[in-house]
Design a protein around this ligand. Structure first.
Ligand code: TEU
Length: 556
């Protein structure tokens, strides 16, 4: 199977379905909902981490890579889940958090207890004049260094203080990490998502960032990442033609991503980057409020599409994940035009060059929750950010407005299965509260909704049209103020994809060749083949026009 015609579904297990009434989702809950996943036509499910963890960062703080968090189920449940998905031809992708471990991991405990061999598993350094060893900051706020017990030394944590960065320069660490991947491959797992994997090549001397420069440049996409990835591949997934790997690349560059994902380099199948999801950050800062910059969004999406193609790289395509507020709320209109917005955004991603990912709930047009108090949020990042904003002198109301629009919890609310209590997610008290399940839920979508069928149709198109899976991409009408457009070509065939990102109608000129072309898919069921080279688009309309309309040897 090629990753080019795959579509991957993301499940946040804590919030998918609770089979026990504990208020937290679990593996048996996913087993109960396999039919929903399979009905989408996806090839693989990426599960966020469900390993043993103190849950300081919702499972991204792993204390044991080989065991399932008892709150989520047992190894037998996991094996049953793999089999249940496999029965529908759906594979499993696990989240490998190999850049850091929980400070409750045995390696860190033994390091703290004084075992030198394990101290070399982490970055432990003396302070400088009573200050941390360098000026790096944690992505969750504050210094990236914390006291290492009472030794007077510090350990590095680029994320939460309980997530200690692991020293990949140590060959024993690399052995251990390859063993982890092999263990899960032994359970039939063929997909791996590698968390912030472009941070594993930080220089061993951990230099401070020069005054006034961004410290991320010091540790991101470091020279040795590529070498370590190739080594990991060679020891585990590298020779398996069925393996699917995706690296999460934090603050990366196209050049680096080409290298990670060009098949000739034997590193990864594809990469996630986040540049297009920072177009509503003021001055590059997440904890701000700003309407999204459409021109920049377009420029970034098209620039990455073209440059990844030129370099033979492969992108993972996504609007949503467990770290991002819902794209519907950020880039479109979840109130007045929910159907059009959801399907327009989906069209843009699913017809592009790359592998689309659907984040649970996206397929029914789920939105950010309508929370009203800071107490509704549980994510460590949101809580730290709120405190920092208030400490900086901002009013509670302004700080709340920012958290409300930016918090990762926006994506983590339970999957809304039905209009019943807690969206049918749990019979207990949900760990995070859904707010609009009476209006937005799977049962209603199945009965009479239009978003879910549209997702199924889009996913099917990739499987039936090499034009979508394999075609080249080029931007179209880059200067248009409200339409994102691109062309795909494959042999004789061409596809023109148009998406109006705004609530007002607009028009644009298309190449004459597309006049009278076939509508491959449109979110307006009454859309007709264009009668002239001037196409009128309704609010949030998405339209894909194909020529020639009846290719030989391909069924639509
Ligand atoms: O996220 C990496 C990452 O860079 C995030 O911190 C992202 O920038 C942030 O969430 C946006 O606000 C990965 C996981 O996806 C995330 O859930 C983890 O918290 C993080 O790594 C640490 O493992």
């Amino acid at each position: 199977m090629s990753v080019h015609d795959m579509v991957i579904y993301q499940v946040y297990p804590k919030s998918f379905y609770d089979s026990t009434g504990s208020g937290v989702g679990d593996l048996r809950g996913v087993i109960e909902k396999v039919a929903h996943i399979a009905s989408l036509g996806v090839d693989m499910v990426w599960f966020n981490p469900f390993f043993v963890s103190p849950q300081r960062d919702n499972g991204y703080d792993i204390a044991d890579y080989y065991a399932i968090d008892p709150a989520m189920g047992t190894m037998a449940d996991f094996e049953e889940l793999v089999a249940a998905l496999d029965a529908h031809g759906v594979g499993v992708m696990l989240d490998m958090v190999l850049n850091h471990t929980s400070t409750e991991h045995e390696w860190f405990r033994r390091a703290l207890a004084g075992e030198a061999a394990y101290q070399d598993f982490f970055f432990i350094r003396p302070g400088v004049d009573g200050h941390p060893p360098n000026n790096w900051v944690s992505k969750f706020g504050g210094s990236a260094w914390a006291p290492f017990g009472d030794t007077g030394d510090y350990y590095l944590h680029l994320f939460d203080v309980t997530q200690a960065d692991v020293n990949w320069h140590n060959p024993r660490v690399r052995d251990e990490m390859a063993k982890v991947v092999e263990f899960w491959r032994g359970k039939g797992v063929r997909g791996f998502r590698f968390d912030v994997i472009n941070l594993i090549g930080k220089p061993a001397d951990l230099p401070s960032a020069p005054e006034g420069t961004d410290d991320r440049a010091m540790y991101t996409d470091g020279a040795s990442v590529h070498e370590y990835l190739r080594e990991l591949a060679a020891r585990s997934y590298g020779l398996d033609p069925d393996s699917v790997t995706v690296g999460e690349m934090s603050s990366t560059s196209v050049e680096a991503c080409v290298q990670y994902s060009n098949p000739d380099n034997d590193e990864l199948s594809m990469v996630f980057n986040f540049h297009h999801l920072k177009v509503d950050y003021r001055d590059g800062q997440k904890w701000t409020l700003m309407p999204f910059d459409f021109a920049e969004l377009k420029r970034l999406l098209m620039d990455w599409a073209v440059r990844m193609q030129e370099g033979g790289g492969w992108n993972a395509l996504f609007w949503n994940n467990h770290d991002q507020p819902r794209a519907l709320d950020r880039f479109a209109d979840p109130v007045g035009h929910r159907y059009e917005s959801a399907t327009m955004l989906a069209t843009v991603i699913h017809l592009l060059r790359g592998t689309p990912y659907v984040y649970m709930g996206e397929e029914i047009g789920m939105t950010d929750p309508e929370y009203t108090a800071i107490g509704d949020y549980v994510d460590v990042e949101a809580i730290n950010a709120y405190a920092a904003l208030v400490a900086s002198g901002m009013s509670d109301a302004d700080a709340f407005a920012i958290v409300h629009s930016k918090a990762r919890d926006n994506a983590r609310t339970p999957m809304q299965w039905s209009p019943e209590a807690h969206g049918g997610f749990t019979t207990g008290t949900p760990w995070l509260r859904p707010t609009n399940h009476e209006r937005i839920n799977v049962a209603d979508e199945e009965a009479s909704g239009r978003i879910l069928p549209y997702y199924r149709a889009l996913i099917r198109l990739r499987k039936t049209h090499p034009l979508i899976a394999e075609g080249t991409v080029e931007p179209f009408a880059l200067d248009h103020p409200s339409v994102l457009a691109y062309l795909r070509r494959h042999g004789e065939q061409q596809l023109l994809v148009l998406a109006n990102f705004y609530g007002e109608p607009t028009s644009l000129a298309i190449p004459d060749a597309f006049v009278g072309g076939e509508i491959l898919i449109a979110n307006d069921p009454s859309a007709e083949p264009p009668a002239s080279a001037e196409v009128l688009l309704r609010p949030y309309e998405a339209l894909a026009i194909r020529i020639p309309s009846q290719p030989q040897g391909e069924q639509s």
